[in-house]
Design a protein around this ligand. Structure first.
Ligand code: PEP
Ligand code: MG
Length: 927
C-alpha cells in the first residue's frame, strides 16, 4: 500500500496507530493538525479538512517536489471534504473555499505561512455573490486572497499591496477598512492583481487547484524560511521536524454583524488568573485579530452580543482545558451565528502565569503536584526573580513628569533601555554596541523577532494582549507593553510623541510590563522578594518534598559504581555559596539547606583588613606573622559567627584560604611605575618602602599562579594562616553553641592533590578544633574534608577519603585542570570558537563536561565511598546552579549541589525535575 501522506481530520485513530503515540501524532500532523483531529474526535465543531503530514514536508525539502501519491491523496481528501460540506472546490455556483495553514509539532507563532480563501477566482467570486448576496464580503475576501498569495506564495513585499490600499483610502477620505464598499474592494482586488502582474510578469492564477498546489508548496518552503530558522535557533526546536499543511474549509467571520472571529486564552496568560482572556471582532477575518491591527473587543462583551454562542464557547473551552489539562489558546470564528473552533493549543504564557497555572491546576486536582513541578522550567523560575521597578523611584519619576504613556501590560518585568524604532537597529545596538535596548514599533511582525530577542523590552503603540508582540515577548520573558495608543511613532524622523513630549531614537526609556506604563529616562530597578511570591514558594516546596522522598535514587549497578551501600536514596539537596551573613540569609530565604562554600579570603579584601593581611604576608618571622594574624582573628570569628547564626541548624562549609598571596598585594606593574617615576623625579620620601614592597611582590611572582603556591600548598608553606582560621571557626561555633544556635561546621581544605597533603595539615587543624572545644567547654559535631579540584585527587579518591570526611567538587578548577584551559582567559580567547565550530558542545565552564570532568567525578565518588561509605559529596563550582550539570550530579550520586544564592530556587526545581526523571514512578504515584 502506498504511504499515507494525508489524514482527514476524523482520522485521528489512524494517525495514532501509525505514529504509535499522541506525541507521535503531534510530530506527524503538527500541533495544529493534531489539535484539529483531536477536537473533531471530541465532537467539537471543527470545519471539515485534512492534514498533509510533516513527513511529506521533509520529503519535499529533500527532493524539491511533492512525494509521489501525495497530491492524489490530497485530491481524494478534498473530494471527501466537498462531500461533507456539500460544496465543490472551484464550482461556479456553490464554491468551497479553503485555507492552507502551516503547523509544526511545536507552535511557532507567525513564523510560517498561511493562505486564506483559496478557491476564489474572478468566476467563483460571482458564484459566491449569488450565494451569499454579499458582494462586499466576497470582494474583501478576494482581495485578501490575492494579497496573501502575492506576499506568501510569490514573495512580493507587503508594501506593494499596502501602499495602493492606503493611497486609495486617503483619496476617499476613509480612516477604517470598514468604510470600504463592495465596489471599493472589487477595485482593490483588481489593483492587487495588477501588482502581481507587474511584479511577477504573470497573472494571479484563476485555476483553484493551481492556487492550492502553489500554496501548499509555499507552506512547505516556509519551514526553511529565514524567520522560521531564526525562531528555531532561539527556541532549540530541531530543524528536522518539518511542518504539516492543514487544508481547512473556510468559515467566514466577515459575513456581516452576526459573524465574527477571535482568539482567547482559557486563563490569563500574563498573570495566570483563572479567567478567560480574549479578543474578538465582529465582521472580520482571523488575521485582523492576531495581527492586532484593529482594536478588538474583550471576550466578555460577546456574552451580551451573542449570548448563546458565548455560552457554547465557554462550554467548549472548558472541556478543552479539562481534556488537555492545560491552559488553551483557541481561535474561533462565528459564521452567521454558528460557532466554529479553528485551533486549540497549549497557550504560551509568562513565567508568572506558568507557575500560577501549574499550582492552581494541581490544587484543582487536574494534575498531580509532580506534574505541576515538571511544568515549570528553571528559566521561568529565573525570570520571576528578575528585577521590578523600585516603587519609590517610579513615584518620583511620575512626580517629575517622566510619565510618557500607558498601554496593555503584555509581559511583566521592568526594562530600562535606549529606544530604537526597528528590529535591525535594535539588534545592532544591543549586539555590537552592547547597549540596553527597548525596541519600539507601531506593531511587530514575525520578521521583527530577532530585534525583540536582542532587546531588554518591547513597546508597541498598537495591538492587544494577543498581538504578535505580546505573544512573542511573553514567550521569551521580555517585558513588554503593547497598544500604547496615545503614542505616535514617526518612523522616518525616528521619534515618538505623546501630547508634545517626544522621545528621539537612542533616548532612555523605562517600560513596566507589569503595569503597562512607560516613562522617559531610567528608573531604578529592584530585585523581587521571593517571600511574596506565594505560588513560586509552593512549587519550590513541592520540589523539595519530591527530592526529600526516600527511594528517588538507587545505587547504580555498573561496575564503576558498585559497592557503596550508603548511596543516597533521596534526590539532591540544594546548598548555597555564601561568604557573608547577608548572603547566607538570602540563601536561606531562597531555600538553601546549607552553605556549600564560604570563600574566606573574600573577607580579607575589606579595607580595614587588607593592610593587616599585607603585613601578615610580608612578615619576616613566624612571630610577626602570628601577631598580624591575631589581629585578623576577631574579624574572622565575627564573620563566622554571623554565618552560623544565619544558618542555625544547617551545615556550613568554610573553606580555608585558597588564592595565591600576590592577589592580596598591590599590583606589581603599577607599583613599578610609581617607583620609576619617583626615581626619575628624584622624590625620596617613601621610596625605600615602595622599593622593598616591590622586591617582596617580585619574589612572589609565579608564571602560572593558579597552579602555584595556593590552596593546601599555601597552608603547608604558611600554616599560621589556616591555624588562625580554624581557631576563628571553632571559637565562633563554640560561642554560637553557648547561645543555643545549632552549628554544623565543616572545614574544607582546598586544592588537595595527594592524601599526604591532608596527612600533613589536617591533624594540626583538628588539634586546634579539639583544643577550642575544651577551652570553651562545649561540644558539637564537625567535619574536616576537602575540595576535589585536581584530576589526581579524583583518581586517588579512595586514598583521600581516608582523611577527608567530605568531598566538594570545585569544578571551576577541576575543569581548568582537566582540559588544561585557563579559566581566566579561555572564554575570551578560544572557547567561543570551539563551541561555534562544535569542537565542544557547550562552554565547559558553564555546563559540566560529562565525558571528561564528569567521568573523573563519577570515579572519585565511587572510589571515595569504597573507603568511606557515608562520604558526603557536593559540588560548589559554578556548575552547581546549571540544570544540565545538576542532572549529572544526581546521576553520579552527589548528596547536594551548591550554587549562588540567586540560583538556589532554579537549582531546587532542577533537582526535582531530575529526581522525577530518573525515579520513573513518582508521577503516577499520587493519582
Ligand atoms: C572551584 O574551583 O570550582 C571553586 C569553587 O573554587 P574557586 O572558584 O574559588 O577556585
Ligand atoms: Mg577552586
Amino acid at each position: 500500500m502506498a504511504k499515507k501522506w494525508v489524514y482527514l481530520f476524523d482520522e485521528a485513530a489512524e494517525a495514532e496507530s501509525y505514529a504509535g503515540s499522541w506525541d507521535g501524532v503531534r510530530g506527524l500532523l503538527g500541533g495544529k493538525g493534531a489539535g484539529l483531529a483531536d477536537m473533531t474526535r471530541a465532537g467539537v465543531p471543527v470545519p471539515p479538512g485534512f492534514t498533509i503530514t510533516t513527513e511529506a514536508c521533509n520529503r519535499f525539502s529533500a527532493e524539491g517536489k511533492f512525494p509521489e501519491e501525495m497530491w492524489n491523496q490530497a485530491m481524494a481528501a478534498l473530494r471527501e471534504v466537498e462531500k461533507r460540506t456539500g460544496k465543490k472546490f472551484g464550482d461556479l455556483t456553490n464554491p468551497l473555499l479553503v485555507s492552507c495553514r502551516s503547523g509544526a509539532k511545536f507552535s511557532m507563532p507567525g513564523m510560517m505561512d498561511t493562505v486564506l480563501n483559496l478557491g476564489l477566482t474572478d468566476k467563483t467570486a460571482e458564484g459566491m455573490i449569488a450565494l451569499t448576496g454579499n458582494p462586499r464580503f466576497v470582494y474583501d475576501s478576494y482581495r485578501r486572497l490575492v494579497e496573501m498569495f502575492g506576499t506568501v506564495v510569490l514573495g512580493i513585499a507587503d508594501e506593494a499591496f499596502e501602499e495602493p490600499l492606503k493611497a486609495y483610502k486617503d483619496k476617499k477620505g476613509y480612516k477604517l477598512d470598514t468604510e470600504m464598499t463592495a465596489a471599493d474592494w472589487k477595485g482593490m482586488a483588481e489593483a492587487f492583481k495588477a501588482v502581481i502582474e507587474k511584479e511577477k510578469g504573470f497573472d494571479f492564477p484563476q485555476e483553484p487547484l493551481k492556487q492550492l498546489e502553489l500554496a501548499t508548496e509555499a507552506v512547505f518552503k516556509s519551514w526553511n524560511g529565514k524567520r522560521a530558522v531564526d525562531y528555531r535557533r532561539a527556541t532549540n526546536i530541531p530543524d528536522d521536524l518539518g511542518t504539516a499543511v492543514n487544508i481547512v474549509t473556510m468559515v467566514f467571520g466577515n459575513m456581516g454583524e452576526d459573524s465574527g472571529t477571535g482568539v482567547a486564552f482559557t486563563r490569563n496568560p500574563s498573570t495566570g488568573d483563572k479567567k478567560m482572556m480574549g479578543d474578538y471582532l465582529l465582521n472580520a477575518q482571523g488575521e485582523d485579530v492576531v495581527a492586532g491591527i484593529r482594536n478588538a473587543d474583550p471576550i466578555e462583551n460577546l456574552a451580551q452580543e451573542m449570548p448563546a454562542v458565548y455560552s457554547q464557547f465557554m462550554d467548549i473551552t472548558d472541556k478543552l482545558e479539562q481534556h488537555y489539562k492545560e491552559m488553551q489558546d483557541v481561535e474561533f470564528t462565528i459564521e452567521r451565528g454558528k460557532l466554529w473552533m479553528l485551533q486549540t493549543r497549549n497557550g504560551k504564557r509568562t513565567a508568572k502565569a506558568a507557575i500560577k497555572i501549574a499550582v492552581d491546576m494541581a490544587n484543582e486536582d487536574l494534575i498531580t503536584k509532580e506534574e505541576a513541578v515538571l511544568r515549570v522550567t528553571p528559566e521561568q523560575v529565573d525570570a520571576l526573580l528578575h528585577p521590578q521597578f523600585d516603587e519609590k523611584a517610579k513615584k518620583a519619576a511620575e512626580k517629575s513628569g517622566a510619565f510618557f504613556a500607558k498601554g496593555v501590560n503584555a509581559s511583566p518585568g521592568a526594562a530600562v533601555g535606549q529606544a530604537y524604532f526597528d528590529a535591525d537597529t535594535a539588534e545592532k545596538m544591543a549586539k555590537e554596541k552592547k547597549q540596553a535596548v527597548i525596541m519600539v514599533r507601531p506593531f511587530t511582525k514575525p520578521d521583527d523577532v530577532h530585534g525583540m530577542i536582542a532587546s531588554k523590552g518591547v513597546l508597541t503603540s498598537e495591538g492587544g494582549a494577543t498581538s504578535h508582540a505580546a505573544v512573542v515577548a511573553r514567550q521569551f520573558g521580555i517585558p513588554c507593553v503593547v497598544g500604547a495608543s496615545s503614542i505616535t511613532i514617526d518612523l522616518e524622523k525616528r521619534v515618538m510623541e505623546v501630547n508634545g513630549k517626544t522621545v528621539e531614537e537612542g533616548e532612555w526609556i523605562s517600560v513596566d510590563g507589569t503595569t503597562g506604563e512607560v516613562f522617559i529616562g531610567q528608573i531604578k530597578t529592584i530585585e523581587p522578594k521571593i517571600e511574596e511570591q506565594t505560588e513560586l514558594l509552593t512549587i519550590l516546596n513541592w520540589a523539595d518534598e519530591i527530592c526529600a522522598r526516600d527511594g528517588m535514587r538507587k545505587a547504580p549497578s555498573t561496575a564503576l559504581r558498585a559497592g557503596p551501600e550508603k548511596w543516597p536514596t533521596r534526590g539532591l539537596q540544594v546548598w548555597a555559596n555564601a561568604d557573608y551573613p547577608k548572603d547566607a540569609q538570602r540563601a536561606r530565604s531562597y531555600g538553601a539547606k546549607g552553605i556549600g562554600l564560604c570563600r574566606t579570603e573574600h573577607m580579607f579584601f575589606e579595607t580595614e583588613r587588607l593592610p593587616i593581611v599585607q603585613r601578615m604576608i610580608l612578615a619576616k618571622s613566624s612571630e610577626d606573622r602570628t601577631e598580624a594574624l591575631n589581629e585578623l582573628l576577631p574579624y574572622q570569628r565575627k564573620d563566622f559567627d554571623g554565618l552560623f547564626e544565619a544558618m542555625d541548624g544547617c551545615p556550613v562549609i568554610i573553606r580555608l584560604i585558597d588564592p595565591p598571596l600576590h592577589e592580596f598585594m598591590p599590583d606589581e606593574e603599577k607599583l613599578f611605575e610609581e617607583v620609576v617615576t619617583m626615581r626619575v623625579k628624584g622624590e625620596t620620601k617613601g621610596l625605600q618602602e615602595k622599593e622593598e614592597l616591590l622586591t617582596a611582590i617580585k619574589s612572589m611572582h609565579e608564571s602560572n599562579p593558579m597552579m602555584g603556591l595556593r590552596g593546601v600548598r599555601l597552608s603547608i608553606a604558611m600554616p599560621e594562616i589556616v591555624e588562625m582560621q580554624v581557631r576563628a571557626i571553632f571559637e565562633a561555633a563554640a560561642d554560637c553553641t553557648l547561645r543555643k544556635i545549632v552549628v554544623k561546621p565543616e572545614v574544607m581544605i582546598p586544592l588537595t592533590g595527594t592524601v599526604k597533603e591532608l596527612e600533613w595539615i589536617q591533624p594540626r587543624l583538628e588539634r586546634i578544633a579539639t583544643a577550642v572545644m575544651e577551652e570553651k567547654i562545649v561540644n558539637f559535631t564537625y567535619k574536616f574534608g576537602t575540595m576535589i579540584e585536581i584530576p589526581r585527587a579524583c583518581v586517588t579518591a579512595a586514598e583521600i577519603a581516608k582523611l577527608a570526611e567530605f568531598f566538594s567538587f570545585g569544578t571551576n578548577d577541576l575543569t581548568q585542570m582537566t582540559f588544561g584551559y585557563s579559566r581566566d582567559d579561555a572564554e575570551r580567547n578560544f572557547l567561543v570558537t570551539y563551541v561555534e565550530q562544535k569542537i565542544l558542545p557547550k562552554n565547559p565552564f558553564q555546563t559540566l563536561d560529562r565525558d571528561g570532568v564528569g567521568k573523573l567525578m563519577e570515579w572519585a565518588i565511587a572510589e571515595g565511598r569504597k573507603t568511606r561509605p557515608e562520604l558526603e559529596v557536593g559540588i560548589c563550582g559554578e556548575h552547581g546552579g546549571d540544570p544540565e550539570s545538576i542532572e549529572w550530579c544526581h546521576i553520579i550520586g552527589n548528596n547536594y549541589v551548591s550554587c549562588s544564592p540567586f540560583r538556589v530556587p532554579i537549582a531546587r526545581l532542577a533537582a526535582a525535575h531530575v529526581a522525577l526523571k530518573y525515579s520513573g514512578k513518582a508521577i503516577a504515584e499520587d493519582k
